[in-house]
Design a protein around this ligand. Structure first.
Ligand SMILES: *[C@@H]1O[C@H](CO)[C@@H](O)[C@H](O)[C@H]1NC(C)=O
Ligand SMILES: *[C@@H]1O[C@H](CO)[C@@H](O)[C@H](O)[C@H]1NC(C)=O
Ligand SMILES: *[C@@H]1O[C@H](CO)[C@@H](O)[C@H](O)[C@H]1NC(C)=O
Ligand SMILES: *[C@@H]1O[C@H](CO)[C@@H](O)[C@H](O)[C@H]1NC(C)=O
Ligand SMILES: *[C@@H]1O[C@H](CO)[C@@H](O)[C@H](O)[C@H]1NC(C)=O
Ligand SMILES: CC(=O)N[C@H]1CO[C@H](CO)[C@@H](O)[C@@H]1O
Length: 394
């Protein structure tokens, strides 16, 4: 498992939202079908988020990392590209002084906060950005040196609202933050992969608290644990994938209750139609809005696994899926032509009713003197038809 990073998820709204103010001004226009090719030199996207307020895509870019041992001080191109999927054009690129193209930094995730109340009749729009030290992802957690930061950014004023140093809380005990989520109460959650931790930060910034850290002493950070998380909109359910399954090959799925003062994982048993099936979480996970938080996409680099929450056990009138148990619906493979060129599936995103997978190339040689390889076009592959077929077949 090398150099994977991130993934973030942010666009789910249940049909019967209890927060009318949180609804977008108007639903984003439906997208036409087919792959979207984003023309942007050295974009190397890791993480994509669709902003329902502006209907723009916040595209996160980070350098692919060089695998050359002994050359870990590789160059980085950590920026956030704002992309208009309807016009098919890059709107702007957000760069951060002393972070963009500055070792050791990656940008580990970008997430639009879906819970901001509108102020003065104007919709508020803020995004949370995770800046992480690259070494952890290049060494599968053996080297967790370097600082990690959370940045709160306002796209409307083009300014950094605050930033906080996550390493002040984690120290040298655990590392590899790579995903962000928000809850309705104004908390930001940061997932760490080595060996699987969750920090919590207030929407107004300040020092991160340790919301979940395994009780194992000493902690072994040379272990690949949590890979991605996804919060069910308007619910306290936070889904977390783990690369480990202590009883079998493959990974595991957990829920956490975001109303709790401390996080506690609870296994989500998954029913498989065939005995040898298992999820293999490798990167981001995603709950497409069109399925109301009931269908989860788990990216596995060579494919996307699709699982669904089983009905029942939700209590409180079951407004949102409980995720107390799940069923495996199937797997959508990465298209062969992309897989054979080295493309790996790292994230998924819904835009205007269609669902896409994000392709990353981790092993392209760097263009000398810059932070990334020479690609100029990056596909978002439309998997809507395959996904609908899997969901409707079962
Ligand atoms: C995609 O769009 C084309 C042209 O609008 C249409 O003919 C085709 O049926 C669509 N395919 C799917 C799978 O929606
Ligand atoms: C960036 O780093 C340089 C050199 O350390 C420093 O002088 C400058 O103030 C920093 N800029 C910001 C925006 O932090
Ligand atoms: C961030 O926190 C770490 C751990 O406390 C510390 O070593 C580092 O200097 C801090 N970074 C900055 C810029 O203060
Ligand atoms: C690990 O996999 C086995 C077999 O597929 C399954 O029964 C078990 O629930 C899984 N454990 C976790 C924690 O998901
Ligand atoms: C891009 O890089 C690859 C691998 O280094 C190389 O084979 C290819 O010719 C390059 N393409 C361009 C347009 O420079
Ligand atoms: C997406 C992005 O930020 N691309 C930039 C990466 O950095 C190079 C300079 O090294 C720019 O030319 C790219 O536009």
């Amino acid at each position: 498992m090398f150099a994977f990073s991130i993934i973030t998820v942010i666009s789910l709204v249940t049909a019967a939202s209890s927060h009318p103010l949180l609804q977008p001004k108007a639903p984003c226009r439906p997208m036409g079908n087919g792959t979207i090719n984003i023309g942007s030199y050295q974009l190397y996207p890791e993480n994509v988020d669709f902003d329902e307020q502006s209907c723009l895509l916040c595209k996160f870019s980070e350098t692919q990392s060089q695998e050359n041992l002994g050359h870990i001080g590789a160059l980085y191109n950590a920026s956030v590209v704002v992309y208009d999927p309807y016009e098919g054009s890059v709107v702007s690129t957000i760069e951060f002084a002393n972070i963009t193209r500055t070792p050791p930094f990656h940008i580990g995730g970008v997430a639009w906060d879906p819970y901001l109340q509108s102020r003065d009749g104007k919709s508020a729009d803020e995004i949370t950005i995770l800046v992480d030290a690259a070494a952890a992802h290049e060494t599968a957690g053996r080297d967790i040196s370097g600082d990690n930061y959370l940045i709160r950014y306002s796209p409307s004023t083009h300014s950094v609202l605050w930033s906080t140093n996550l390493t002040r809380t984690s120290g040298t005990r655990y590392g590899g933050p790579q995903d962000i989520e928000h809850d309705a109460r104004g908390n930001i959650y940061v997932l760490g992969t080595y060996p699987g931790t969750i920090q919590r930060v207030s929407r107004t910034g300040g020092l991160a608290s340790e919301w979940f850290v395994p009780s194992t002493k000493p902690l072994d950070h040379a272990v690949v644990g949590y890979t991605g998380f996804a919060a069910v909109r308007d619910s306290s359910v936070l889904l977390v994938t783990d690369a480990r399954n202590r009883s079998a090959e493959g990974g595991a799925l957990y829920t956490f209750d975001m109303d709790a003062s401390r996080g506690a994982p609870r296994v989500v048993p998954i029913a498989y139609a065939e005995a040898d099936q298992v999820i293999r979480p490798a990167d981001a996970i995603y709950l497409p809005r069109k399925y109301g938080g009931e269908v989860l996409l788990i990216t596995e680099h060579d494919a996307v696994s699709v699982v669904r929450s089983r009905k029942g056990g939700g209590g409180k009138g079951e407004k949102s899926p409980s995720w107390r148990a799940a069923e495996f619906l199937g797997r959508i493979p990465n298209p062969t032509e992309l897989a054979s060129s080295g493309g790996l599936v790292t994230a998924a995103v819904e835009i205007g009713g269609r669902v896409y997978i994000v392709e990353e190339w981790f092993t392209d040689p760097l263009v000398p003197g810059t932070s990334a390889g020479n690609r100029t076009s990056f596909p978002l592959v439309d998997i809507t038809a395959q996904l609908d077929a899997l969901v409707n077949r079962h």
